[in-house]
Ligand binder design. Structure first.
Ligand SMILES: O=P(O)(O)OC[C@H]1O[C@@H](O)[C@H](O)[C@@H](O)[C@@H]1O
Length: 246
């Protein structure tokens, strides 16, 4: 790729800039394993369910999708529901308790290769934004020491407050490009989740980069990634171009 073709890089957060996709995955496993066991829901929840139904989506969409895969439907409830209330929101909030607990215990360290790419983009004047489904994005960015690098953060809370559809809809990415004063065609989307690369494809972005942190290169490609890398440092180019070819 050649960064000269683009004005902006739109980064997903969890699993792209920070290893917190694993924290989300652990928290979802903990919540769903308990719920499925207590309610006799079969087959048992596995990490394949995370990648297939939950990864990259807003909190309550993830709950709804995973339950639907087992033919279970719960009332929606409200975001103010107590954790473990028998509603979509109650289960989502139970997962969020586990997530917050692990985050507080373990802290967050950004991926080194991702920080190197951010440095390189800053040097060449490419605009950057974070586009995350998570309502925890500001906390994670702060914990990782990355908050000062992003003036534009379109996260789960912004999407909720402004009525934007979450990933795999392209709306949050499109809003970030607009806020940076550019177009989808001049923006690169960087994503580790199938729902995220699908959002990039749906928005007709100039380039969709899949970062394979477990979703699988083939699955990322099939759902919208133009290129797949293992680490964002692979995208640091020479002055005339980049290391990665499509
Ligand atoms: O942190 P929240 O608001 O519950 O958001 C949930 C989602 O946030 C995303 O950033 C993760 O990639 C998802 O896999 C996760 O489920």
């Amino acid at each position: 790729m050649n960064w000269d073709d683009f004005d902006a890089a739109l980064f997903d957060l969890d699993g792209v800039l920070t290893p917190t996709a694993d924290v989300h995955m652990d928290a979802w496993r903990s919540m769903f394993t308990r719920y499925f066991t207590e309610h006799g829901v079969e087959p048992a929840y596995t990490d394949d369910d995370y990648f297939a139904h939950v990864d990259g989506k807003p909190r309550y969409d993830g709950v709804r999708s995973a339950l639907a895969s087992r033919g279970v439907e719960l009332p929606e409830g409200a975001p103010t529901d107590e954790a473990w209330a028998p509603t979509v929101c109650g289960l989502g909030n139970a997962k969020n308790h586990v997530f917050s607990q692990i985050l507080a215990e373990q802290g967050v360290q950004a991926y080194e290769g991702s920080v190197r790419l951010l440095d390189a983009l800053q040097e060449r004047g490419t605009a950057v934004a974070v586009v995350s489904s998570s309502r925890n994005a500001p906390v994670v960015l702060a914990a990782a020491g990355l908050a000062h690098r992003f003036e534009i953060v379109v996260d789960g809370e912004v999407a909720r407050a402004t009525g934007l559809a979450g990933k795999p809809a392209p709306d949050t990415y499109l809003r970030a490009a607009e806020l940076l004063g550019t177009t989808a065609a001049r923006s690169v989307v960087l994503e580790d989740a199938v729902s995220g690369v699908a959002a990039g494809r749906a928005g007709d972005f100039g380039l969709v980069v899949g970062v394979d942190r477990g979703a699988g290169a083939q699955s990322l490609r099939e759902n919208g990634a133009d290129v797949v890398v293992q680490d964002l440092a692979e995208l640091i180019g020479t002055p005339t171009g980049g290391a990665v070819t499509e």
